[in-house]
Design a protein around this ligand. Structure first.
Ligand SMILES: *Cc1c(COP(=O)(O)O)cnc(C)c1O
Length: 462
């Protein structure tokens, strides 16, 4: 196929970058935000967390990145770039077949992050966090995992660097996805279902909510508790934090470089939003242009109707974890003891949202939509049958809205260019697909009373 770089010639199904075109620096969108995301607060004093306080939980270099609102570009260490070279650059795919089937004049692209064993984008930050911890001479890490992608990604990173790893896995997923656990154990991690009776936080949650299937918030409490009570351990988080969005900027940087090679400019950029890391990373360099007034884009965050932090939450300081031991973050939240129904998109079952995305959303720079689970799986099945890839339920939220937007273009005749993040594959989500195929999948949407209950328990701020 003949390709030229003037934007009018044929664009290949897959746009790959050469290794030397991969980013050498992470892009820190906070540097271009006129209003910075609100700082993390000490839960006791309500004062901004200092670097010293944060270094009890996170390793030094990551604390620096977490607090750095000014440095636009942060170099990616060569060792991390070498690890990236084993599975990156990830392809940018033109969904020609999907466009044809939909009969839309829209041009649809997706950035596919599922091309590694962990099956998602999470490896991009896992390796970076583990690398800095190792550099600091730490022995091991602790973390939580929902659907299991983050735990798997971190297991891979820790195995590569020779570090110990303790994973607290949301109980519902632990039971639904026994094979996830075995992947993590194969990479050397210890996996405990959460809430468990191995920590204070776990025992307290079990006493208050007997029989709970758990949540990311509970699992975070347990993992943090283990880290702060064991010498040589630190806690790492797979989403939400500023540092994680920073690492995930490789997704957007690669996508932007690939599009520019062919003179393509997206009109609409869509991503699913759990804690906000893949979306934050995908949109980062585009949002930077928007913030600097150089270009305009329409950004859409897609969340499950069962856990609608942006669309139905409030913008307030809240705990990042159900156990209320983590710092307070100002974010769109449903309340830290909101335990969402067991939606199958485990990676999207988080009560809060990245402070960066929350601030951008608050300023109207980002749109948010919530979608119901069965409509998400309609899109997942449609996409799998046409484009071949079996998508993760989380990613399928973005597919749903990309299809909705493409169908809108069909009505209006607009030839918009749509870019969405296909964050991962769904091989470990077959219980969910089974329910969908059997017609037993349900859509649970919390009532206003449900939300009011958990929101009434937000921490009181002066
Ligand atoms: C974890 C996960 C997500 C959601 O997390 P974000 O931090 O919001 O990106 C989305 N897709 C997949 C496949 C995931 O594993």
């Amino acid at each position: 196929m003949e390709t030229k770089k003037n934007g009018t010639e044929a664009i290949p199904y897959k746009i790959y970058l050469d290794e030397q075109e991969m980013p050498t620096h992470y892009y820190n969108v906070r540097a271009d935000m006129p209003i910075k995301p609100a700082p993390l607060l000490n839960p006791g004093t309500h004062q901004p967390m200092t670097a010293e306080e944060l270094s009890g939980v996170f390793c030094t270099e990551l604390v620096k990145q977490e607090l750095d609102n000014e440095t636009r570009e942060i170099a990616i260490p060569e060792e991390i770039r070498n690890f990236y070279r084993m599975y990156r650059p990830s392809p940018l795919v033109r969904a020609y077949e999907l466009e044809r089937k939909l009969g839309t004049p829209a041009k649809i692209y997706y950035k596919f992050e599922g091309n590694n064993t962990s099956g998602s984008h999470k490896l991009n930050s896992a390796i970076t966090q583990a690398y800095y911890a190792k550099n600091q001479g730490l022995k091991g890490l602790t973390t939580e995992t929902g659907a299991g992608q983050w735990g798997t990604a971190l297991s891979m990173a820790c195995a590569y660097l020779g570090m110990d790893l303790k994973v607290y896995m949301v109980k519902g997923s632990y039971e639904q996805k026994p094979f996830r656990r075995e992947v993590m154990r194969t990479y050397g991690a210890t996996v405990t279902p959460s809430p468990s009776d191995t920590t204070e936080a776990g025992r307290r949650i079990l006493a208050e909510h007997p029989g709970t299937t758990g949540s990311l918030g509970c699992a975070i409490s347990e993992a943090v508790e283990y880290a702060v009570t064991h010498e040589g351990y630190r806690y790492v988080l797979g989403s939400v934090l500023n540092q994680v969005l920073l690492h995930q900027s490789v997704i957007g940087l690669e996508a932007k470089t690939a599009m520019e090679k062919y003179g393509i400019k997206p009109d609409i950029i869509i991503g699913c939003a759990g804690g906000g890391s893949n979306l934050g990373g995908l949109i980062a360099p585009f949002m930077g242009e928007k913030l600097r007034g150089e270009a305009d884009y329409h950004f859409i965050a897609v969340e499950p109707a069962s856990c609608p932090s942006l669309t139905r939450g409030v913008y307030a300081y809240d705990f990042c974890d159900t156990g209320m031991i983590c710092p307070l973050a100002k974010m769109y939240t449903l309340g830290c003891d909101f335990i969402p129904s067991p939606n199958h998109a485990g990676g999207l079952r988080y009560h809060g949202m990245s402070p960066i995305l929350s601030e951008l959303y608050h300023e109207g720079l980002l749109e948010a939509r919530s979608v119901e689970q069965t409509r998400v799986f309609d899109a997942a099945q449609y996409f799998a049958r046409i484009e071949g890839t079996l998508p993760a339920p989380e990613s399928s939220h973005a597919i749903r809205v990309a299809i909705d937007e493409a169908l809108r273009c069909k009505e209006t005749g607009e030839e918009k260019t749509i870019l969405f993040g296909l964050t991962g594959t769904g091989y470990f989500d077959l219980v969910a697909y089974q329910q969908y195929n059997d017609g037993t999948m349900t859509d649970y949407i919390p009532t206003d009373e449900d939300l009011a209950r958990s929101l009434s328990r937000l921490p009181k701020m002066e």
